[in-house]
Write a protein that binds this ligand. Structure first.
Ligand SMILES: Nc1ncnc2c1ncn2[C@@H]1O[C@H](COP(=O)(O)OP(=O)(O)OP(=O)(O)O)[C@@H](O)[C@H]1O
Ligand SMILES: [Mg+2]
Length: 204
């Protein structure tokens, strides 16, 4: 399976294009980094790849996927700010069971305490909430993960632990992963290749 962004262009207002003719491809099982300076449109591209934002021109294509099941998008976006992607009116058990409740083993390996399932999102720290967002994306229905500054708010040890779980899961289930980060060392360590968005407006 392949996730392709073909000739994507996007602007928020009439003034200036944020993205112009962007072409990026990610294969199942591949880990691809996207790098660019702040404000260059990485988060915008992440939202377009995951279907949150419609491009002005161009297409996002999931080759090899016959149909997209209603209610669950095979391209899962994990944001930098978990509080923006969790319903504040749901307890954590409900947040997690939107797809299927993960095994206790996986929860514990993510550093999630079972008692947290009965808490409201406002009763957890940003880092604790982010573990839920990451775990929520690790579903068998997920084909691609877009990780936009996914572990920026976590300490180095937790960051390493969470990336290991995500990458092991992705490898096992042949999930393609897009890594957006300002942490060059992290990208070089985990990515098969890194795309520079400032020069991505050509076919690759
Ligand atoms: N909803 C919006 N309306 C108008 N402009 C926006 C909106 N969201 C983002 N922008 C602008 O679009 C540009 C690209 O933003 P984006 O968040 O995609 O950048 P980024 O590369 O992810 O930056 P960072 O590395 O700081 O996260 C920025 O100049 C930003 O101010
Ligand atoms: Mg961003």
């Amino acid at each position: 399976m392949r996730l392709s962004a073909k000739d994507i262009s996007f602007k928020y207002s009439d003034e200036k294009y944020i993205l112009k003719n962007i072409n990026i491809q990610v294969e199942s099982g591949e880990v691809v980094g996207i790098t660019a300076p702040s404000g260059f449109g990485k988060t915008t591209l992440a939202k377009i790849l995951a279907g949150y934002q419609k491009p002005e021109c161009g297409q996002i294509i999931l080759e090899g996927m016959d149909f997209i099941q209603r209610g669950y998008h095979p391209v899962q976006l994990i944001f930098q700010h978990p509080e923006k992607s969790i319903n504040p009116k749901w307890k954590m058990r409900k947040v997690l069971s939107e797809s299927e409740l993960p095994s206790e083993k996986l929860m514990l390996s993510m550093g999630i305490q079972i008692a947290w399932l009965d808490r409201w999102p406002s009763e957890l720290s940003g880092g604790e909430l982010q573990r839920f967002c990451v775990l929520r994306a690790l579903s068998e229905k997920t084909k691609f993960i877009i990780a936009d500054e996914m572990t920026t708010m976590l300490d180095t040890i937790t960051q390493t632990q969470i990336w290991k779980i995500v990458l092991d899961y992705a490898k096992l289930h042949r999930i393609g992963v897009v890594v957006i980060s300002h942490d060059q060392a992290l990208m070089e360590r985990i990515c098969d290749r890194i795309v520079d968005l400032t020069v991505a407006s050509c076919c690759r």
